[in-house]
Design a protein around this ligand. Structure first.
Ligand SMILES: C[S@@+](CC[C@H](N)C(=O)[O-])C[C@H]1O[C@@H](n2cnc3c(N)ncnc32)[C@H](O)[C@@H]1O
Length: 387
């Protein structure tokens, strides 16, 4: 009961302006009375609350936490046992059955979880997508080249359960502590299963993975896609940039851990009309800033606080970036546009814009849908610059 009380207090104070994870960290730092078990339990309640998205928003916070606790968990819970024993008794049932049960007490409509249906790409199956928020996605590891048996042996030795998704991809439970057992970025990269797949269109087009590729990752963040590129095309020479100096600092540290030393970097606002650059590339990767709506399963507070007007803001930023960045391609060069959004304006809309406003020709476009496999959803479109 006191966990519930604390969660309600935190939810009241939190306004979505910073990630919930960092808000909670600060909150617990200033409220020292909470031990590590308390923190874990309260954190769990808060995340469950936001997993409901926009459904039942008029419900009193405590009641809504209980509904969320019931729908987002499969195991019996002492709070539910005390306050909602009839829900606790059926907590391990399938999601569909639990929805029917909760609808006897509350006007619960799955569609309300994600109220942005009109903005959603027609490629996304709406109701399965909306209900996917009730489940926490898994954590996925991409095993670096040549490390498959080493990684599996280390995990077995540490008695960490994992499932094999594909040759280079493992899934572990989201709360797994990996740092003590694996060299993160050297043995494995923590990377969503669909994020691991976004270079597939490139491999299908180029075919020869030994080819030497001069590439620019123009929105590189801490380099997730660049490390993947280096592992997929080992002879690539990578230039990275981002608008944030601090994230490029993180990237350089991460590249060092990953054993990548031969690369160029700079800090730049690629959306700025005055942006200029002095090199041409065989490949530009534009993993654009976006709503992140394909990854809100990991940050459900964003689902709760998102407002539709932001879609337009991101789409216009994306258009500025793609127009600028695509100028630095050689003739016959490739442009890979990526988002982790499910909104058509950020994906199909930008693809249409690129086709109208640039000399790029579309090769392929594809959603990598993760909402039915506890994973993120990404979009990738590959273009070639006309020779
Ligand atoms: C989706 S993230 C990239 C993720 C990264 N590729 C990865 O795999 O880890 C988008 C990045 O674009 C950067 N960004 C936002 N606006 C930008 C701009 N105008 N010019 C360059 N980078 C920008 C953000 O700082 C952010 O790091």
């Amino acid at each position: 009961q006191s966990y519930l009380h604390s969660a309600v207090q935190i939810i009241k104070e939190y306004n979505g302006e910073e990630p919930l994870a960092s808000f909670l960290k600060k909150y617990f730092n200033t409220h020292k009375k909470f031990g590590s078990r308390d923190r874990k339990n309260i954190t769990h309640l808060c995340y469950c609350y936001f997993r409901l998205g926009k459904v039942l928003v008029s419900l009193e916070i405590g009641e809504r936490v209980l509904a969320a606790l019931y729908l987002c968990n499969q195991v019996s819970n002492p709070i539910l046992a005390l306050v909602k024993p009839q829900w606790n008794d059926s907590v391990s049932m399938a999601k569909k059955e639990k929805l029917t049960i909760i609808q006897q007490d509350l006007p619960f409509d799955v569609a309300d979880i994600f109220p942005f249906q009109v903005d959603l790409s027609p490629e996304i199956d709406y109701l399965p997508f909306a209900s996917s928020f009730l489940e926490q996605p898994d954590t996925y590891l991409r095993i670096r080249p040549g490390k498959v048996s080493l990684v599996q042996n280390k995990l077995k030795k540490a008695e960490i359960p994992y499932s094999i998704i594909s040759n280079y991809c493992l899934a572990v439970s989201p709360s797994t502590k990996l740092e003590a057992h694996l060299q993160i970025n050297n043995d494995v990269v923590v990377q969503d299963v669909n994020s691991q797949k976004v270079l597939v269109p490139l491999v299908e087009y180029i075919k020869d993975t030994n080819k030497s590729i001069k590439a620019w990752d123009c929105c590189a963040a801490s380099g997730g896609k660049s490390i993947l590129l280096k592992d997929t095309f080992p002879n690539s020479l990578i230039t990275v940039s981002d608008i944030r100096e601090s994230i490029i600092f993180n990237l350089r540290k991460r590249f060092k851990e990953a054993g990548i030393s031969n690369f160029h970097w700079f800090v730049a606002d690629v959306a700025n009309p005055q942006f200029t650059h002095n090199k041409l590339y065989d490949l530009v990767i534009c993993d654009a800033p976006c709503s992140g709506s394909g990854t809100w399963g990991r940050t459900p507070e964003q689902l709760y606080f998102f407002t539709e007007d932001k879609i337009n803001h991101y789409a216009s930023l994306q258009k500025k970036i793609v127009l600028n960045a695509s100028q630095y391609l050689k003739k016959g060069g490739l442009f890979l546009y990526i988002t982790c959004s499910v909104f058509k304006e950020e994906n199909e809309g930008v693809v249409e814009f690129i086709q109208q406003k640039s000399s790029l020709q579309i090769v392929s476009k594809h959603y990598f849908a993760g909402y039915q496999q506890k994973a993120d959803t990404l979009f990738a479109a590959l273009f070639v610059k006309q020779a």
